[in-house]
Write a protein that binds this ligand. Structure first.
Ligand code: ZN
Length: 299
């Protein structure tokens, strides 16, 4: 079977109340990047956070973090554009990436494009009520065109995210327009617990995603479960030839015993993948599989 690409989703906007090992600051993210790389992850995805866990959009955070990761190990870097926490316009949301592209040691390898819009309010399943009522993750077609254009310009890899089938249909449309470069990597977003925005993190939720991937296009897929336990699905993903995006950003993984670190979760996935006949792809192998070029630095 093909090598498996494992991405560490280290923090998102996760709190530390259930698992205190969620990294916030650059030094903590850099430490986790190296630890996850040592266990077999070839990509790190992270969000800027303040010391108290708020979202941090300042470019300086990303410059420091990327340079620190580069100094430690060759893991591929996939920063956020800020998700729903960043309500700037398209140029504003991409501004930190433009800064990152000025020096080779701060340039990322990927930039994300969540190809669609969706309500992402927090659901309280204990009390059957929403705890927020106004969180819309808005990605207009015009905004996505801007991201696609700038990602191509910088010779980064477009990291596509599909929250549901309507996103996947828009990915296919972008492919037909020639806006998305093949091979495309699509992260199939499932959500559970306090998030209803994606497909359920069940075999059926995953099957619905993969059923609608464009069949006549060169598309690879990875799976994640925001606020749910992806380990319940990893065997299916591994056997189906998918890739895996997992970490404390999505879920505290207390089922592993104690309070695991991101590296502990990566080690678990690597062990399972190997037992099922798939070796983790190295950074170089991941670059080959995704046909990644060299970022264009524009000082
Ligand atoms: Zn993220």
């Amino acid at each position: 079977m093909d090598k498996i690409i494992i991405e560490a989703r280290v923090n998102e906007l996760a709190a530390r109340d259930e698992n205190p090992n969620v990294p916030f600051l650059p030094s903590e993210i850099i430490r986790d990047a190296k630890a996850c790389y040592d266990e077999g992850a070839s990509i790190i995805h992270y969000h800027g956070r303040t010391a108290t866990g708020e979202a941090e959009h300042d470019a300086a955070f990303y410059l420091q973090t990327n340079a620190g990761i580069r100094a430690q190990c060759p893991i591929l870097v996939h920063p956020t554009l800020g998700y729903v926490a960043n309500d700037a316009d398209a140029m504003g949301r991409f501004a930190a990436v433009e800064e990152m592209m000025k020096r080779p040691e701060t340039a990322p390898d990927f930039a994300p494009m969540d190809i669609g819009s969706v309500n992402v309010d927090w659901w309280d399943p204990e009390n059957n009520t929403y705890t927020t009522t106004n969180l819309v993750y808005e990605n207009s077609t015009e905004t996505l065109m801007h991201f696609a254009d700038r990602i191509k310009h910088h010779q980064l890899k477009q990291y596509l995210v599909s929250w549901n089938i309507s996103f996947t249909r828009q990915i296919e449309a972008f492919m037909k327009m020639g806006v998305i470069t093949e091979p495309a990597i699509v992260l199939l977003c499932m959500t559970d617990g306090t998030s209803l925005a994606g497909h359920p993190g069940t075999p059926e939720g995953l099957d619905a995603h993969t059923t609608f991937l464009p069949k006549d296009r060169n598309v690879l897929w990875s799976a994640m479960n925001y606020k749910g336990n992806l380990l319940l699905l990893t065997e299916k993903v591994i056997k189906a030839g998918g890739h895996i995006s997992i970490g404390l950003g999505d879920y505290p993984y207390l089922e592993l015993g104690g309070t695991p670190t991101n590296a502990d979760i990566i080690a678990k996935v690597v062990e399972q993948a190997r037992a099922l006949g798939r070796e983790p792809a190295t950074v170089e192998e991941t670059r080959e599989i995704l046909q990644m070029g060299t970022p264009r630095i524009a000082a």
